[in-house]
Design a protein around this ligand. Structure first.
Ligand SMILES: [Zn+2]
Length: 212
């Protein structure tokens, strides 16, 4: 566990985080972030993180996500998470735009179901006061899902970032100089049948030639 936590912290510390999240979490951002991950059950990518992730290179937010494999979990207790979401909403940490560029390429139907419910719930927040009850559909999408494998992409600069390439569920938001070209291309190749052509052959810093 400690190795995973260390790796996660090392990776996350070099990644981009939205100004809203930085202001809310202040200096201890990474620590609080990991605390929330722990609350949610581990260091895997929970869709909640999409609220605060930005491209580490050009700082664009939101990042698009292609979900290749996802797991649904049962939460023992969800009220505390719903209460946290009310606070996150009031502090501007939650990002409605981050719910848009999400593409489910997996066979897990909960992704579509919970995403649709989360979008509806978020749209409703403009008209009604957020309460733990109104946040419940967001808890399902943000905290019950775990993205085991997938790809994050910055649609501004075109960079892609694997999720679960080396450690299942861990996003690799690394600067170009710290990336492993061979591993990143092998990851794209492994999933070339499900990922869109634009992502495979039109991304930075590496692309997969269509004949490979
Ligand atoms: Zn970018």
């Amino acid at each position: 566990m400690s190795v995973t936590w260390y790796n996660a912290e090392k990776r996350f510390s070099s990644s981009g985080i939205t100004p809203e999240a930085t202001a809310y979490f202040k200096k201890d951002c990474v620590g609080r972030w990991l605390e929330y991950l722990a609350l949610a059950g581990g260091s895997l990518l929970k869709p909640w993180l999409l609220n605060i992730l930005a491209c580490p290179i050009c700082k664009e937010h939101p990042l698009s996500v292609h979900i290749i494999q996802a797991e649904s979990n049962v939460l023992k207790e969800s009220t505390s998470l719903a209460k946290e979401l009310v606070i996150h909403f009031k502090k501007g940490v939650l990002s409605e735009p981050s719910l848009k560029p999400i593409h489910n390429l997996s066979s897990n139907k909960d992704v579509d179901k919970w995403l649709a419910a989360a979008r509806t719930a978020f749209a409703g927040l403009a008209k009604q006061k957020p309460t733990p009850a109104t946040m419940q559909p967001l808890v399902d999408f943000f905290h019950r899902l775990e993205v085991l494998e997938g790809v994050l992409r910055c649609e501004k600069c075109g960079r892609f970032y694997p999720i679960g390439s080396r450690i299942v569920g861990v996003p690799e938001l690394l600067p170009d100089t710290q990336r492993d070209k061979e591993a990143d291309l092998a990851f794209l190749k492994k999933h070339k049948d499900v990922l869109p052509e634009k992502l495979l052959s039109g991304s930075k810093p590496f692309t997969l030639k269509s004949k490979e």
